[in-house]
Design a protein around this ligand. Structure first.
Ligand SMILES: [Zn+2]
Length: 299
């Protein structure tokens, strides 16, 4: 009998087979295990992703809600701010109105009143404040002349500025009391009879009694008033008097009174400038339009 001699290969073959089987088994096991694990991980990943997506959607909704609430609050805030501003404006308006009323209550409404043959200034009216005109500005220095205190600086500035252009303006007459006027009118009556009414008194009367009006003459006229419209001084006043708040009460061809080129009434810079620019005259305007300028007459 041949001895059972195993070759080294045969000797280890079974061992190798066993090892190979074991290795194969291990691989299979590992493969299955890994696959399962992957599957689980993948499921887990999917679940987590779904959950996170849900959370994100949820948060987006919350954010949208919060933004919407924010806008709502902003709108409410804007409305409230608006109300606040309105309130502040109202307060300011009220304060402004009170200021205007206070200023108006202190402003003599006669200052811009139209006088006519039927509406005169009350005979007892006396201006609140009168100031003496510098005698240098008078034609007749021996007779003191007075004008409304707040008009005086404007009158004197006007005379001084005219002088710088070689125009001499003399005040012939300014404030006249009711008594003075009556005496003057009576004087005219003696000379001219009833015709005196047409040139001495009536409307011009009230304007002098008001204390805001001046009659001017200039060099070379011997103190006369007639013919003043042919002088350089008259032309200068037509171009410049409005800057100082003066206006010609009774222009040539007016429907209310005789032409009085020498007779200039203070109505405030705003109104005088308006009349100058619109080529209108004081007595052409409605009293209501004139009254809107009263508040700023001395501004
Ligand atoms: Zn006059």
């Amino acid at each position: 009998m041949e001895p059972d001699i195993q070759t080294p290969f045969q000797k280890y073959a079974s061992l190798i087979v066993i090892i190979l089987v074991l290795l194969a088994g291990t691989f299979v096991y590992l493969y299955i295990a890994t696959r399962n694990e992957l599957k689980e991980t993948s499921e887990e990943y999917f679940n987590t992703r779904t959950e996170l997506e849900g959370n994100i959607a949820n948060l987006q909704n919350k954010l949208a809600t919060a933004e919407s609430q924010n806008r709502g609050l902003q709108t409410a805030l804007d409305i409230e701010k608006g109300r606040n501003d309105d309130f502040a404006n109202t307060i300011q308006e009220i304060a402004g109105t009170v200021g205007v009323l206070e200023k108006l209550s202190k402003t003599d409404e006669e200052l811009l009143q139209k006088y006519s043959k039927v509406y005169f200034l009350n005979e007892h009216y006396v201006p609140a404040n009168l100031s003496q005109i510098n005698p240098d500005n008078l034609y007749d220095e021996s007779q003191d002349q007075y004008i409304h205190t707040q008009v005086l600086p404007l009158l004197e500035n006007m005379i001084r500025d005219a002088a710088q252009e070689d125009i001499t303006l003399y005040v012939r007459s300014a404030y006249r009391s009711f008594g003075t006027q009556t005496a003057l009118k009576n004087g005219y009556k003696v000379t001219y009879g009833e015709g005196a009414n047409t040139f001495s008194a009536d409307q011009g009367f009230s304007e002098h009694q008001l204390g805001t009006t001046a009659d001017f003459t200039t060099t070379g006229m011997n103190g006369a008033l007639d013919g003043f419209d042919n002088t350089k001084a008259y032309s200068w006043l037509l171009d410049n008097a409005h800057k100082y708040g003066f206006t010609l009460s009774y222009p040539k061809g007016n429907a209310y009174y005789v032409f009085e080129p020498w007779h200039w009434r203070f109505v405030g810079k705003d109104l005088a400038t308006f009349l100058f620019e619109e080529k209108k005259h004081f007595y052409d305007l409605d009293q209501r339009t004139i009254d809107t300028y009263l508040i700023n007459i001395f501004d």
